[in-house]
Design a protein around this ligand. Sequence first.
Ligand SMILES: Nc1ncnc2c1ncn2[C@@H]1O[C@H](COP(=O)(O)OP(=O)(O)O)[C@@H](O)[C@H]1O
Ligand SMILES: [Mg+2]
Length: 358
Amino acid sequence: MLGRFDIFYGIDLGTSNTVIYQQGRGIVLREPSVVAIRQDTGEIVAVGTEAQAMIGRTPESLEIVYPLTNGVIANFDMTSQMLQLFIRKIEGRRRWLRGSQVYISVPCGITSVQKRAVEETMVHKGAKKAVAVEEPLAAALGAGMPVDEPIGSLVLDIGGGTSQVAVLSLGGIVVSHTVRRAGMSIDKDIIEYVKKTYSLAIGDRTAEEIKMRIGSAVELPEELSIDIRGRDLIDGLPRAVRITSGEIRGLFDDFLSVIFEAIRYTLEHCPPELAGDVVERGMLLCGGGALLHGLDRRIQAETGVPVHIAAEPLDCTALGAGMMLDYRRERRMGTGLPGYRESAAAVEREDERLRQEA
Ligand SMILES: Nc1ncnc2c1ncn2[C@@H]1O[C@H](COP(=O)(O)OP(=O)(O)O)[C@@H](O)[C@H]1O
Ligand SMILES: [Mg+2]
């Protein structure tokens, strides 16, 4: 059934970015989860990086759609078409997904019906096997955490649409908590700030650039600045201003307090032994938000829990999904806590059987 020539994919279907890992090749695709469609026909004109470049520059006939918003699949059809186009990009002329096995990390907020629908879409399109996996589990595995052991591990994933805190143990999620404050909400705050302070309208991409270039959660030894352009709200003409890291630092406070509260909530709701493990061993910080300057130090100072940034914060979820293929752990993973009751021996027998078949 499972052939030697099968292709194994680990996919991270994120609200901001889609990342695809292919076994033996590494990360083969990293593109924004966005599509540009023609309004009259609904036809997709561009996906990913190409579509992103059109943001804020579209003629009226084109519309930019984020098929995954707020950590849920807002538009299922669009999501599956987007995935299809991404896979076509990496597979070239080969038939879509033929002979492949796909482990796909889906946003935490999606329903089990949607989760099944994602799996079915993959199989319908030619995959031999498709398994939807829990995002924090994939992220932790990809970052090299000991998710299989009876030790509590805390993962804080700050993405585009949502931030998620989860405590894992024995290959399952013990508690998790998701908030709708993440990268994109910070961008919105920056847009508001520039509007109020400078009477200047800027787009999402400019706001994101400000955040990535000069945003910081702690004071910097030397303040940074960036020159940006926007449209004057009074005379309607383009105008440039210089923004400094110091003046926008306060904008992160509200977001940060939501994150601190989410960490506190999660620790309060997990068994004390596991919370003890976390306090001792620290938490894993991943997702694009982990790259915000000084965020690790600020969280550590506020919560007293040591913070480790994942080596590849933007890729670890796809890597982890890809690793699940290897370990063939799906029977224990993705099903939450009861999974660990399956003995390790049974999993080994299954692995042996698959080896024999290969
Ligand atoms: N250097 C950076 N500093 C701050 N935020 C960043 C940085 N790089 C990326 N981000 C933010 O990370 C978010 C995307 O993270 P990602 O983990 O890919 O999200 P998702 O899993 O939701 O697709 C975006 O909001 C982006 O602006
Ligand atoms: Mg993510």
